[in-house]
Ligand binder design. Structure first.
Ligand SMILES: Cc1cc2nc3c(=O)[nH]c(=O)nc-3n(C[C@H](O)[C@H](O)[C@H](O)COP(=O)(O)O)c2cc1C
Length: 330
């Protein structure tokens, strides 16, 4: 069974992927309750942390109930990354994860995120310095390579392991692919099957059914699955995968009551954590999935995603519960 440093994980753990504006404490709590074995914060800018920018610092909030939890940081400047390690450590996470995979221009143009895939030496030296600077396990999340013609994931994985990286999560796309096409898990499996590799290799990209998670485990032999988009507005995904692994059967989808209760708790936790305005605004993206597939739902969805006050959103949840109480999800 895989371990990250001294953290013992179950067989084929399910990891909640770091997702900007999604993987916040309320959402992580819901995913944890539904079976996520490790959760990660969204990426946090090392430059923002050292400037003490309020938005970055707030992202360091973690809670006992979500352990083991990793805080993910990104950056490309050694001093800033080392100083951020100290700041992150003070929040008491179980893992420090480095983002070497973010494809967006504003990150890549500074040589951070996936931008560093163009400079593997820097990627390795930054990781080594960070490993030496903390007692916490340092892990890396990355992509297959910069583009199709420069895939060096085997070299990257070996070298990161050699400098003390404790686990690697690989998104089966290149930076050039952004989110297009299908994730390719074959190169991730090659890394896993390299006899030199002994740290856990987690697969990431397009795991959106229990069958795909099983394929990642049984056909590709990876050590665990990191799950992103399939969990947005659907934290039950973790439980469904685990049930399928155990029984070979699909759990029935969550009932309307479970969905309404989850949406309410999500919103309430978000308000408690970041205040009414941001809580209402930033939880909106989850509702479409919470209530996916319900016919004639537009009126209620609109109310949920356009209301500026939480009372109206809670009211919409109650109306949904009344109007669609007997709706059966398939
Ligand atoms: C809304 C959103 C935000 C994301 N933010 C981050 C991030 O902060 N750090 C990171 O490493 N990856 C981030 N990602 C990438 C995901 O962690 C993951 O690698 C990608 O979505 C592929 O996995 P999936 O197919 O299971 O979603 C983000 C993805 C999405 C959809």
């Amino acid at each position: 069974m895989p371990k990250i440093g001294n953290i013992q994980l179950p067989d084929f753990p399910l990891l909640l992927a770091p997702m900007e504006d999604v993987s916040d404490p309320p959402f992580r709590a819901l995913c944890k309750e539904q079976g996520a074995d490790v959760v990660f914060t969204e990426f946090i800018s090392s430059e923002g942390l050292i400037r003490d920018a309020a938005k970055s610092v707030m992202k360091l909030d973690i809670y006992e109930k979500e352990r083991p939890v990793g805080i993910q940081i990104f950056g490309a400047v050694l001093e800033s990354m080392l100083r951020s390690v100290e700041i992150v450590e003070a929040s008491g996470p179980d893992i420090i994860d480095i983002n070497f995979g973010c494809p967006v221009k504003k990150v890549v143009s500074k040589g951070a995120g996936a931008g560093i895939l163009k400079d593997v030496d820097l990627m390795v030296s930054l990781t080594e310095a960070m490993v030496k600077h903390t007692k916490l396990p340092v892990t890396v999340k990355t992509r297959l390579g910069w583009d199709h013609d420069s895939i060096k994931i085997m070299e990257v994985a070996e070298r990161l392991q050699d400098v003390g990286c404790q686990a690697i999560s690989i998104h089966g796309r290149t930076r050039a692919q952004m989110y297009k096409g299908n994730a390719d898990w074959a190169p991730i499996a090659e890394v896993k099957n390299n006899p030199r590799m002994h740290i856990p290799v987690f697969g990431n990209g397009d795991v959106d059914t229990p069958e795909k998670a099983m394929e990642m485990r049984d056909k590709y032999g990876l050590d665990g699955a990191m799950i992103g988009r399939a969990s947005i507005g659907y934290p039950w995904f973790f439980k469904e995968v685990k049930h399928y692994f155990k029984t070979g059967e699909h759990l029935p989808p969550p009932s309307m009551l479970e969905r309404v209760e989850a949406a309410k708790r999500h919103l309430q936790m978000a308000i408690d954590w970041k205040g009414e305005k941001l809580g209402v605004f930033e939880t909106r993206r989850h509702y479409t999935n919470y209530f996916k597939g319900i016919p004639n739902f537009k009126e209620y969805r609109m109310k949920m995603v356009t209301s500026d006050d939480s009372a109206s959103v809670f009211e919409a949840f109650d109306e949904v519960m009344q109007v669609f109480a007997d709706y059966e999800f398939v």
